[in-house]
Design a protein around this ligand. Structure first.
Ligand code: 4AD
Ligand code: MG
Length: 459
């Protein structure tokens, strides 16, 4: 007989004489002649109730089943007289696949997020983290669906790279350990990074995406990205997933239109396709979340310049920890104030001073600002960072000189401005920050299966 997943069973419209389910026991309670189990198989948030009675040949074993034990049940799917569940299974036969010992850490009680982080290998078995990681899976696929519908091509940008896209020097170095060589010579050869060349883990796939946008038109990359910033914040991890669309013949306004359409599409998708899992977060994690979601899909996003933003912050009368003055790199407290308190919705900031932005951003006519854009959202701050790119070879070369970037190392990048250069734009959206936004989860460690932060590399 074929096994059926619980998600499918719960959606059934008729009773069934014979079903086969496999899963893990969440709880068990006994009456005189029955044992009632809540069974979960990870396919959905809900459990199905399984009822075993004394007629089972291994009933004596069944009543010893502990939380976390795995079983295989053959039985009948019947309408449940109980409240809150449509179906239950009356077991005709039950195999105990494995019995969890009493020290299984996920006994039925509330566990703190801090505690669950210490058992990242087990936490997806809880309701909250099961829901989180089903949503994460669905949203990753929704990104591909969005871009497929729009006719974008999916680019696999390299993870190992010689360049530093953001120029912030926050890269992890890749080393060819060559353990056999170390054993014979007794020392590591520092010149032997990537077969003799310096190499890093990518901080952004953008430069590769630009090359492909100038070839295939509209592309996106979506993959793991690495930052060696040693910052212990609730919004940074050393390894995260970034979505990076890059569009030829697209200016800054087109870039913002695209970002807004993307966030609206993904949020709506989550509300429709992850309704049950998302309800756990709207009910138990963040009471204001439903309102945030509704603003995200229904309201037009605000668009202002960096200078206007600084003005608003200065006039707000609010005392920020990090003092506001023109030219500063806005901190998350400033970003949150703008999106959460002042506008109460997502806000795009453009025209940042060129002094705080990377080399590839298009210089504006004032020669002071660049065609940068960040999208700031309530509760998070920056979720998207992007720009129109500098397509003019001479301006780009001047800027690189100003910033002491070696033109030789970027010869291939400059080629794209030499041969058929066109205006183009793109951005990066932090996938984890998006998940925080739609679930109301406030610590980025809780939206990543196995978060990579200083001190967490065990799992
Ligand atoms: O603003 P960033 O640094 O932009 C870039 O890397 C551009 N090259 C992207 C592009 O134009 N193609 O990063 C983009 C986004 C941020 O807005 C943030 O959401 C996320 O990536 N991000 C992080 N998320 C988690 N942990 C970190 N350490 C992050 N650093 C950036
Ligand atoms: Mg940024």
């Amino acid at each position: 007989m074929q096994r059926v997943k619980i998600k499918e069973l719960l959606g059934n419209t008729t009773a069934m004489d014979k079903v086969l389910v496999k899963g893990w026991v969440r709880t068990r309670r006994d009456s005189k002649t029955f044992s009632f189990m809540e069974l979960n198989d990870g396919s959905c948030l809900k459990n199905i109730q399984v009822i075993a009675d004394v007629s089972l040949d291994n009933y004596a074993e069944v009543v010893k089943l502990t939380t976390g034990s795995a079983i295989c049940v053959e039985g009948r799917l019947v309408a449940s007289p109980g409240k809150g569940q449509k179906w239950e299974i009356h077991a005709d036969h039950m195999d105990i696949i494995s019995m969890a010992p009493e020290d299984y850490p996920l006994q039925k009680k509330r566990h703190s997020d801090e505690f669950l982080r210490t058992i990242a290998h087990l936490r997806p078995r809880t309701n909250k983290y099961g829901a989180m990681f089903r949503i994460r899976s669905e949203m990753a696929l929704a990104i591909h669906q969005f871009y497929r519908e729009k006719g974008f091509r999916y680019l696999h940008a390299p993870v190992i790279t010689g360049s530093d896209c953001e120029g912030a020097g926050e890269m992890f170095r890749v080393t060819n350990l060559d353990l056999a060589g170390v054993a014979t010579s007794g020392k590591m050869d520092p010149s032997d990074d990537f077969f003799g060349q310096e190499a890093n883990l990518t901080v952004s796939g953008q430069l590769s995406a630009e090359m492909f946008a100038l070839s295939l038109g509209d592309v996106y990359t979506f993959g793991p990205t690495f930052r060696a910033e040693n910052s212990n914040t609730s919004r940074h991890v050393a390894e995260f997933w970034m979505l990076e669309p890059e569009m030829a013949f697209c200016d800054l306004d087109g870039n913002m239109d695209h970002g807004e359409e993307l966030i609206k599409y993904l949020t709506r998708h989550a509300m429709e396709q992850c309704e049950e899992d998302l309800s756990l977060f709207t009910k138990f994690v963040d009471k204001g979340l439903s309102n945030v979601l509704s603003v995200l899909v229904n309201e037009p996003y605000e668009r202002i310049t960096y200078a206007q933003a600084v003005d608003i912050l200065l006039k707000s009368g609010k005392r920020f920890e990090y003092k506001v003055e023109s030219g500063i790199d806005l901190q998350s407290e400033h970003e949150r104030f703008l999106a959460e308190v002042y506008f109460k919705k997502p806000v795009f900031l453009t025209h940042y001073p060129k002094t705080i932005k990377p080399f590839y951003m298009r210089v504006n006519d004032d020669n002071e600002t660049v065609a940068a854009v960040d999208l700031l959202v309530p509760r998070i701050g920056e979720i998207i960072g992007g720009s129109q790119r500098e397509e003019r070879l001479d301006v780009l070369e001047n800027r690189m000189n100003e910033m002491n970037l070696p033109g030789e190392a970027y010869w291939w990048y400059l080629d794209s401005r030499r041969f058929g250069s066109v205006p183009h734009s793109g951005f990066g959206m932090g996938f984890e920050r998006f998940l925080m936004l739609i679930t109301g989860v406030t610590n980025i460690r809780d939206v990543v299966p196995f978060p990579r932060t200083p001190g967490s590399i065990d799992f």
